[in-house]
Design a protein around this ligand. Structure first.
Ligand SMILES: *Cc1c(COP(=O)(O)O)cnc(C)c1O
Length: 398
């Protein structure tokens, strides 16, 4: 597929006085149109079905998706909820997290992870990241455990699982539940080949449109193989109601829409092939960066041996003083790019009561200053990948 827009001269090389001009194309960070186009008819038929059955909230489409995602991840239950954030909130609440409790997590994540802990009146006990994977440094978790620790919450950032063997070993030694923030990692597998969402006590997924399995709006799901926890979460998402108009526990409206579930069931059938395309794009980028001699200037994503990375993001690491200029250079050449994330959660003003300060998590703070994501979506063409790497090579004068 061609991406329209103006062609700009990329650069010129003189061959015996003849100037050759390469054309430049637009490369968005994500192209959801390219994903939707081939599925359009099927999705629209499914949405019609939701209207015909008036299955707007809960109902057969949601139940089907829950069963499909439980089977996909290898967990026993899937509990559809209104967003990835609400998946975290419902799961943490069902695990009993409340005022005075502590939850161990990574400060280098989307704010929702820490925000949900704080909203429950609990304390975020941040553990710095492993600078190679950007995931929680499992070697530092044990020292952070106190008698108030209620849950360990690793995040599988960018589509690569945290070191769950190490996390689970510490958790079982201290008899603590593990909640996976798998919002960016649907279909990712840990080194033991098990899927994200089946690696801990429960796993939280987001269907925000830019996630690898994206809805047509907000949506989320919690997976678990704990029957009692699944039951608690399934009533908690509906005001803790069971039976009708009897409320034994306090819940809220955290329900998933039928339209979202119908769309997601269709897209789920393509998820693995989309992930394979992202993985191939990643390998292609690695070749192109090496060919252009950019290995020294740009650190490419490091994959823990044996892990199946699904590349929700392809994150480059560069010198801190080059990061923002490179971002501006890419954008000025119509290459989509973004920073995930420009600061750690521990310095967010909304969490100031948690008592952290700049300097507390040096690996997180360095990553926040040195990382940059480039397009990796499944439909990316060879021409587009070449263009991205050409523009980066031009920046470095390579
Ligand atoms: C997207 C995301 C969430 C929140 O999901 P929403 O569906 O946007 O509420 C939570 N944690 C991480 C790591 C995420 O990337």
């Amino acid at each position: 597929m061609r991406y329209g827009g103006a062609a700009h001269p990329l650069g010129r090389s003189s061959v015996r006085g003849v100037f050759m001009t390469m054309t430049r194309i637009k490369v968005p960070l994500l192209d959801l149109q390219a994903q939707y186009a081939p599925l359009r008819a099927e999705i629209r038929t499914a949405v019609d079905g939701v209207f015909d059955k008036l299955a707007f909230i809960g109902g057969p489409y949601v139940q089907a998706l829950e069963a499909e995602l439980a089977a996909y991840t290898g967990a026993t239950h899937g509990v559809g909820v209104s967003s990835g954030t609400d998946a975290l909130l419902v799961a943490l609440t069902a695990l009993g997290v409340g005022p005075g409790d502590e939850v161990i997590t990574s400060p280098y994540t989307f704010f929702a992870t820490a925000g949900c802990i704080a909203r429950l009146g609990a304390r975020c006990v941040f553990v710095d990241i492993d600078p190679k994977t950007y995931n929680i440094d499992a070697g530092q978790i044990e020292a952070a455990i106190t008698e108030k620790t209620k849950v360990i919450l690793p995040v599988h950032l960018f589509g690569q699982c945290a070191d769950m063997a190490a996390v689970n070993a510490i958790a079982s030694k201290h008899d603590l539940p593990v909640l996976e923030d798998a919002a960016q990692a649907i279909g990712a597998r840990d080194a033991d080949c098990r899927m994200a969402g089946s690696l801990g006590t429960a796993g939280c997924f987001s269907f925000y449109p830019s996630k690898n399995l994206g809805a047509a709006g907000d949506g989320g799901l919690v997976t678990t193989s704990d029957d009692a926890l699944a039951h608690t979460m399934s009533i908690m998402r509906n005001h803790g109601m069971e039976p009708a108009y009897h409320h034994e526990i306090l819940g809220g409206n955290f329900r998933l829409d039928g339209i979202q579930a119908a769309v997601l069931s269709i897209k789920l059938k393509h998820l693995d092939s989309w992930a394979d395309a992202r993985r191939q794009n990643a390998e292609h980028y690695r070749e192109l960066f090496t060919e252009r001699g950019l290995d020294g200037a740009v650190t490419l994503p490091w994959v823990r041996p044996g892990v199946h990375h699904i590349y929700n993001q392809f994150v480059l690491r560069v010198a801190a003083d080059k990061r923002d200029p490179l971002l501006a250079h890419l954008r000025s050449h119509d290459i989509g790019c973004a920073i995930y994330y420009p600061s750690g959660c521990h310095t967010q003003p909304a969490l100031k009561d948690q008592g952290f300060k700049a300097g507390d998590f040096p690996q997180t703070e360095s990553a926040a200053l040195e990382t940059l994501s480039i397009p990796i979506y499944s439909e990316l063409t060879d021409e587009q990948k070449h263009c991205v790497v050409d523009v980066i090579a031009e920046f470095y004068g390579a």
